[in-house]
Design a protein around this ligand. Sequence first.
Ligand code: NAG
Ligand code: NAG
Ligand code: NAG
Ligand code: NAG
Length: 171
Amino acid sequence: MEVLRRVSGGGLLAAVLLLLAAAVSEVSAKRWTVGDNMGWTTNVNYTVWAEGKHFYYDDWLFFVYDRNQMDVLEVNKTNYEACNSENPLKNFTTGAGRDVVHLNVTRPYYFISGKGFCYGGMKLAINVEHLPPPPSSSPLNEKSSAPRSTHIGHTPFVLTAVFAAARALIW
Ligand SMILES: *[C@@H]1O[C@H](CO)[C@@H](O)[C@H](O)[C@H]1NC(C)=O
Ligand SMILES: *[C@@H]1O[C@H](CO)[C@@H](O)[C@H](O)[C@H]1NC(C)=O
Ligand SMILES: *[C@@H]1O[C@H](CO)[C@@H](O)[C@H](O)[C@H]1NC(C)=O
Ligand SMILES: *[C@@H]1O[C@H](CO)[C@@H](O)[C@H](O)[C@H]1NC(C)=O
């Protein structure tokens, strides 16, 4: 009884809001596993992998690779093209073979693996875009083949929560 009374106070509302907030951030950012099941490795063409994908502000890249061999370096365009791994803009290598990159700026990003692997094709160039404006019509009327759920990130809470719940069920 006492628990119920407490929960039904401000606590419940806060809990619901927290859940909704979690749902919103869940659907508005995407984590991309670079190379999908292949990961970050040789014999994958990352230009082909990135083709047709849209990377948006606040998305994440997840590099999965053999920590004893490869690494993850962000370089500029010149060094991307030349496979020059000296003085990278940023070294994302943590040593675990599992590195994440938060795409927190809308601009082109260039990644390579050093240690010679870039020459074999371990290089990835992407352009990070602003989120597209929300569609003028209701997302419910959109083609169900819409590839991502980003569009609903800015729609009212309730709708977003419904979508999140639906996604959770599908997964
Ligand atoms: C990239 O950095 C190198 C120095 O490492 C510099 O010479 C080159 O001009 C830079 N390229 C771009 C496009 O900024
Ligand atoms: C990147 O960081 C890792 C881990 O700190 C380090 O072992 C490696 O030498 C660095 N690579 C470059 C090119 O700076
Ligand atoms: C973006 O994230 C990087 C780390 O990945 C950080 O160094 C940088 O300060 C961040 N930039 C902004 C604008 O938040
Ligand atoms: C990857 O594929 C693109 C487009 O088909 C091609 O232009 C490029 O040369 C390929 N890269 C490698 C390293 O094979």
